[in-house]
Design a protein around this ligand. Structure first.
Ligand code: NAG
Ligand code: NAG
Ligand code: NAG
Ligand code: NAG
Ligand code: NAG
Ligand code: NAG
Ligand code: NAG
Length: 536
């Protein structure tokens, strides 16, 4: 018996020393299911999010009060609002502009009138390029923008692996991505373009070997700034396309899905349910594992999620082009390592956690969700999750870096679309927003504007549109490579977006907007601010 055992051991050791060493932290991993329900109806926020907020709110309020007092000691701090920030889609243009905005609000990183407001936020949401930004911030435990710029973004954006020549010059990266997608396939999940796309994006956004491959969305809950409730609660959005009906693009009234470190799902009618982020990838039916007790973890790779939120490849809207060029050719070659390409390879495929779940009537017959970029329903600001009554948000700072115009600047149409769709969806806290013609006529598209100033039943929206104050910031969404001076110029211009071009009186006007509806007596200067910046 001992002899048999030793022989077995020897042949086993032989085997592992001769087999090629193929390891990947990318593949989903089987796990025992949790004792808590995997799926719940969307009656309110989760108990985990409630617990986070209970700890976050006092910290955020103390910081918000401190900022208000710095701006003007006559601000009252007795009755403080819940404040959120969003960063829109728009590729690296939006990431860099959004980073400059956060830098101007972050007291760790700048000493401006606006610095300190970031510390007072309770929620932060991003989609697409804004989701890249939020993932880079949250996935790396919330360093300062200066530190991300110097140590990660500047070199990575100058040498982006989304440029075929740069990828060709990094064969080890390419080979590792092949290993990653083969590992996902071996775990039973068919990779699509979004897998290599997310992997290559991650090399620019996350620290750690193989583009931060060990970072999951759910693992953010274990990072020190999250466990100490030092940071706003992060949310990333995406959309589902009902591919069975033959369409490629989501309609304007499509369901908006949200990813947080705790949950994935939607409050919107038709889905009205959430699942646990950590167990995404599990095969469920009516909220229970199809194989009893069998779940999956590690499907929620942060790179895959930030790739999902920015998946624009469905716009190809056809069988995958055989004559693809540029980075698309690299993606097809990478996917072709696992299977022949089909139309479905243009989507991010998630086993549908709401399969056979009766509350999710719109999607309960779909085995997979086929997710795409969060901005494809003409709402490029991730607002729906923040309009939910159960989140009790009072003020949202909306940094809109959309490319609505031919010069790649926003024109208000994305915010207007959200206003129209919020009315249809019964999200009554959305303030009135006028159509683009009014934005253009009044310059709301090029300077900060406050919406909902005078209606206490609405959230106040502080609109902060990308504008070229000091740098030509209307860069194309497709631009994936930025020189060091472009990266720096874009971030610095983002600071201008947040400060109305470093206008000395803007910080106080921002503070007036933030506390306008608290019922407290406002400093006398606020009236002039409202005259200048309020829409209605
Ligand atoms: C990426 O695709 C280009 C063609 O567009 C090709 O020349 C290059 O070799 C590919 N890169 C890698 C790493 O395969
Ligand atoms: C769901 O996606 C998987 C790939 O992850 C695929 O193998 C399967 O065929 C899909 N199911 C349906 C019904 O489309
Ligand atoms: C996160 O934690 C680090 C280390 O404790 C700290 O230096 C940093 O300021 C924190 N970030 C935020 C946003 O509080
Ligand atoms: C969807 O919204 C866009 C942008 O506002 C608009 O041009 C389009 O007509 C809308 N589509 C439908 C079907 O209403
Ligand atoms: C995928 O691989 C097959 C077989 O190796 C080949 O015939 C086909 O041209 C490849 N397609 C692409 C898009 O690379
Ligand atoms: C901003 O862009 C406009 C045209 O879109 C141009 O006329 C103006 O000079 C630019 N300003 C700066 C500071 O780049
Ligand atoms: C700051 O903005 C206000 C309101 O638009 C304006 O009246 C004032 O001239 C600006 N100050 C400077 C220094 O540009």
């Amino acid at each position: 018996m001992y002899l048999t055992f030793s022989l077995l051991l020897i042949s086993f050791l032989d085997f592992i020393s001769s087999a090629p060493v193929v390891t990947s932290g990318y593949a989903p991993v089987p796990a025992v299911c949790p004792s808590t329900p995997l799926v719940r109806t969307a009656t309110g926020i989760s108990s985990s999010e409630s617990a986070y907020l209970a700890s976050r709110l006092p910290i955020a309020s103390a910081a918000l009060g401190k900022w208000l007092q710095k701006v003007n000691p006559s601000f009252s701090t007795s009755n403080l609002p819940v404040v959120a920030l969003t960063t829109s889609g728009g590729g690296l243009r939006s990431l860099l502009t959004g980073a400059g905005v956060v830098q101007a609000f972050d007291s760790r990183d700048t000493d401006l009138g606006t610095s300190g407001l970031y510390q007072g936020l309770t929620y932060q949401a991003g989609l697409s390029g804004g989701g890249w930004f939020l993932s880079s911030l949250a996935g790396n435990n919330y360093p300062t923008i200066s530190s991300l710029e110097a140590n990660l973004w500047t070199p990575a954006f100058a040498d982006s692996f989304l440029v075929p020549a740069n990828l060709a010059a990094a064969p080890a990266v390419y080979e590792q991505v092949v290993v990653d997608i083969l590992a996902k396939q071996a775990a039973g999940y068919s990779p699509t373009i979004v897998d290599p796309y997310g992997r290559l994006l991650s090399y620019q956004l996350l620290y750690g070997p193989d583009g931060g491959v060990t970072d999951q969305l759910a693992s953010i809950t274990g990072l020190s700034n999250f466990t100490s409730h030092n940071v706003p609660f992060p949310i990333i959005t995406a959309l589902n396309v009902e591919t069975s009906t033959g369409v490629c693009l989501p309609p304007n009234n499509t369901v908006i899905y949200e990813f947080s470190p705790y949950e994935f799902g939607s409050f919107d009618s038709g889905v009205n349910a959430f699942t646990q982020t950590q167990y995404l990838g599990s095969i469920l039916s009516n909220g229970a594992p199809v194989i009893p007790g069998h779940c999956e973890t590690n499907f929620d790779n942060l790179g895959f999620i930030l790739g999902t939120s920015s998946d624009v490849f469905n716009a190809l809207c056809t069988a995958f082009p055989a004559d693809a060029t540029g980075i698309l050719a690299n993606f097809s070659a990478l996917i072709n390592e696992t299977h022949a390409l089909t139309f479905m390879d243009e989507f991010a495929i998630y086993p549908n956690p709401f399969y056979n779940y009766p509350h999710s009537s719109l999607v309960s017959s779909q085995k997979n969700l086929t997710l795409v970029d969060g901005g494809e329903s003409n709402q490029n600001n991730p607002l729906f999750p923040l309009l939910q009554p159960s989140r009790n948000i009072n003020v949202i700072l909306v940094n809109d870096n959309s490319a609505d115009t031919s010069a790649n600047f926003p024109d208000g149409s994305e915010l207007y679309q959200t206003y129209m769709q919020a009315q249809l969806a019964g999200l009554t806290k959305m303030p009135t927003v006028p159509p683009t013609s009014v934005f253009l006529a009044n310059g709301y598209n090029i300077r900060p504007t406050f919406f909902g100033c005078n209606d206490n039943t609405k959230i106040t929206i502080v609109y902060l549109p990308n504008h070229n104050y000091t740098f030509p910031s209307g860069e194309s969404t497709e631009k994936v490579q930025y020189s060091p001076s472009e990266t720096q110029g874009m971030i610095k211009n983002g600071q201008q977006v947040a400060t109305y071009g470093m206008n000395g009186s803007f910080a106080e006007c921002l503070a007036c907007a933030v506390v306008k509806k608290t019922g407290d007596t406002l400093p006398s200067g606020c009236q002039a601010c409202f005259t200048t910046f309020c829409y209605d």
